[in-house]
Design a protein around this ligand. Sequence first.
Ligand SMILES: [Zn+2]
Ligand SMILES: [Zn+2]
Length: 761
Amino acid sequence: MPAADLSPPAATAAGVLRVAVDCPLRSLLDYLPPAGVRALDLPAGARVRVPMGGRSAVGVIVAHADGSLLAPQRLRRIGALLDPEPLFDAALLELLRWTASYYQHPPGEVYAAALPTALRAGQAATAQESWLVLTDAGRAAHAAGEPKRAPRQRALAALLAAHSEGLAAAQLYAAQPDWRSSARALAKRGWTELQLRDAPPVAAMSAADTTAGGASAIGAAAAAIDVIPDLSAAQTAAVAAVDACAGRFGSFLLQGATGSGKTEVYLRLVLRTLERGAGALVLVPEIGLTPQLLERFRSRLRVPIAVLHSALSDGERLQAWRAVRAGAARVVIGTRSAIFAPVQRLGLIVVDEEHDSSYKQQEGGCRYSARDLAVLRAQQSGLPVLLGSATPALESLHNVQLGRYRQLLLPRRADQAAAPRIALIDLRAHAVHAGLATPVTQAIARHLGSDGQVLVYLNRRGYAPTLLCTSCGWIAPCTECDARLTVHRGAAQLRCHYCGAAQPLPTRCGRCGFEVRPVGQGTERIAETLAAMFPTAPLARLDRDTVHSAADMEAVMHSLLDGSARILVGTQMVTKGHHFPGVSLVAVINADQGLFSADFRAAERLAQTIVQVAGRAGRGTRAGEVLIQTEYPEHPLLQNLINNGYEGFAAGALAEREAARWPPFARLALLRASGRSATTALDFLREARECATAAPPARLLGPVPASMARRAGRHHAQLLIETSGRGELHRFLEQWLPLIERLPAARRVRWALDVDPLDLQ
Ligand SMILES: [Zn+2]
Ligand SMILES: [Zn+2]
């Protein structure tokens, strides 16, 4: 597109439309309305087809203007209006405008990301169905008894003649299953015509339900009503506090350990919202592997629920989106991108496990935080938002301190296990066999002997992280990354966990031909060791190599629930909202990975993981036991966490952040770049840094190579920007980015800006 010039705006009588087109430009594009139409007759929030270079593109009308900075002869006309009604209401338009502006992302890509793929391509926004009608010629032919030699065609014509409005495909199928071939023959004669009409919301509603992949809404409604648990005093108070905020903005942080009943609080509040005739949006970190939450919502709410997550096909996503927009599904449960769902009369937003990093888009596209946008959407629309977690993000706890969020605490219930006893196991002070210290092995034997179940946590999948030559010291490397290859023994492969490359597992050194051996522990190897040590205790594994679907997850869950597995070895996946009521011992194999990281958030992530894993321990009302293996038992983070719990850890960590001026006491943005060589990436960032002198003040750190600098053959580097507040950061980026975009070096790299980055590696 031509660049804007600085001549005064060209006023046009019909007005100008500002359109967000899915392209990498950082501005909206100006268009004239179609000839003979006034701009104001085209509603903001509707899609239009526009000429763009030599092609046609789909865009969203964002605003109206009297004139444009473009010269009149360069203004082109909109081709066609695709939606008679806006797809986005004023509140959603404002949320998207804010998102593009705050995250400094091309607006066209932000608006496009809020729509299912099919709608980006221009498909109808309302569900459509085929209807067959008799034409005038067909009516006359039918009256004359035609076609005489084709009884099935004649029968179809008779059916249509009896329905002047025509018949929908589903009705035709019910009456005459092979209607399509007859209809084709009649159409050839010009006697029938196929028409696309908007489907009634009921059709969309059932569509929403098939996307969920579970029982239909009607089925769920007819099913037996679940036992509805009584609320504890704390749960009652939490529900009342949020409920009292209905119809106006308020943000709440619901904090309670695993099993303290957060989900029940969400359910009650969604029910209250539905009773008021409003809709609710529930964000969850992932759905594919946590079917229980969805089932609980289904059976208790007894209304159609639209489920939106990344594993849906384009068609499923479109159906679910249409059901939400038509108001047929008033409750949406979804992952990150569901924050943009067009819920009708939205009255409540819930963000479950609000600390989870999956709410932040980390790679590709606009790097927004759905948790932060949830609070913003609630504020803009005037409704309550409830963030829930056992281990809230430090940012959220800070917002409680500032009085921005109201904290609602759920203490342990009387029928719930007491807090687990946590102990550190010093790896330097004990004999260690195959990654397991003697006190841990003894504890496992003790718990298995007294009918308990054991959860062994290790955040490293595969058999061993390293394949080493015992003669020359060669370590199997990835040729595309600065990474070692992980041994996967069952699959007999070496795999790179960064780029996905795989090769057969060698038995001899790639350099000297001597024997090689796997070094270190992965879940596959720990499982093998435990199986050899405790041959009578059946074992299950829970990691991305063994569990790929909800069905796999269910199988693992069931094996623990019915006791056919006694030991569970798993990665981070064990912390994703699953409750294992039989587990009495949790062993954390290696807590040290997060202790000395260059990333200031590593400590927070480690504390959250330990607390989340520890939360899986405890049988009935008996306290569980948690053992954490470490080489640094005196480390202040671990000591603080053990002695003062997550609250104590958080207070200490926030004080450290304040002293070091890290978020939430400062604002960060990260400019990342990758190139074919380390030099191209670093050169671009150096030039970008030099441009910063022309922008308002900000502290710049770097550029430095990323911690894993070479990934999949590309070299990654980054430049960190720090300011004291959000406003300063925004003003800096506003002026700095246009300068960066014009750098010739920018064309030799891939670069992206990450505002409020979660991962600084
Ligand atoms: Zn060797
Ligand atoms: Zn690799």
